[in-house]
Design a protein around this ligand. Structure first.
Ligand code: IMP
Ligand code: MG
Length: 198
């Protein structure tokens, strides 16, 4: 399939200041991860667990790049308190459907930044005593790490800047872009303005 270009997205894509990873680069790296994980988990029927919604495309592409039997499940968390909007507060808003006790679990993340979300989720998963638990993240932002993140599989490093696309949002927008880029300064400003007037 031909690569989609920024131009095809019209005005919407002018909000992207710079593309960091193209669709082709992302697809290539995700395929490599799929091959590697398939080899490591041969005969283990792994359970891949993702957090909605940012991991949507990464999970879908990773699953299709894997060549062994596996299962998938999703959880959802809220990363700030609805009352105080305090950062670092993590709350589970959708739990697992599949029991993970005794299973080989691979926790799949879109981005690890401070590591607080990951830490909370790993602690929660460990309570159920999986046979093994490893972390696979598409993006890693090591600059602001507050707590150790035991990452086994990693797609790419990111600078300490806010990125959107390939599932990642800014105020729920831009998830559908097939590439990952920096949001232009005007897009942050427009969103703030919209929030004040709307
Ligand atoms: P942490 O708890 O600071 O590691 O935050 C991780 C979560 O914040 C990720 O799972 C994302 O949902 C979100 N996040 C962090 N950086 C970005 C970004 O650049 N774009 C979109 N979401 C991000
Ligand atoms: Mg996330």
């Amino acid at each position: 399939m031909a690569q989609r270009t920024v131009q095809e997205y019209g005005a919407f894509a002018r909000d992207i200041g710079q593309i960091l990873y193209t669709e082709e680069q992302i697809q290539q790296r995700v395929r490599e991860l799929g091959v590697q994980i398939s080899a490591d988990y041969e005969g283990k029927n792994p359970l891949l667990v993702g957090v909605l919604k940012g991991v949507l495309f990464f999970m879908a592409d990773l699953l299709r790049a894997m060549t062994i039997p596996l299962e998938v499940d999703f959880i959802a968390v809220s990363s700030f308190s609805p009352q105080t909007r305090q950062q670092g507060y993590v709350r589970m808003i959708k739990d697992l459907d599949i029991p993970i006790g005794g299973r080989h679990v691979i926790f799949v993340e879109d981005v690890i930044d401070t590591g607080l979300t990951l830490n909370y989720i790993l602690r929660t998963l460990r309570v159920h005593k999986p046979a093994s638990l490893e972390v696979c993240t598409l993006f890693d932002k090591p600059a602001k790490r507050l707590i150790d993140a035991p990452v086994k599989y990693k797609g790419f490093d990111l600078p300490d800047q806010y990125v959107v696309g390939y599932g990642l949002d800014y105020r729920e927008k831009y998830r559908n872009l097939p590439f990952v880029g920096l949001l232009a300064a005007h897009a942050f400003k427009d969103a703030a303005q919209e929030e004040r007037s709307g």
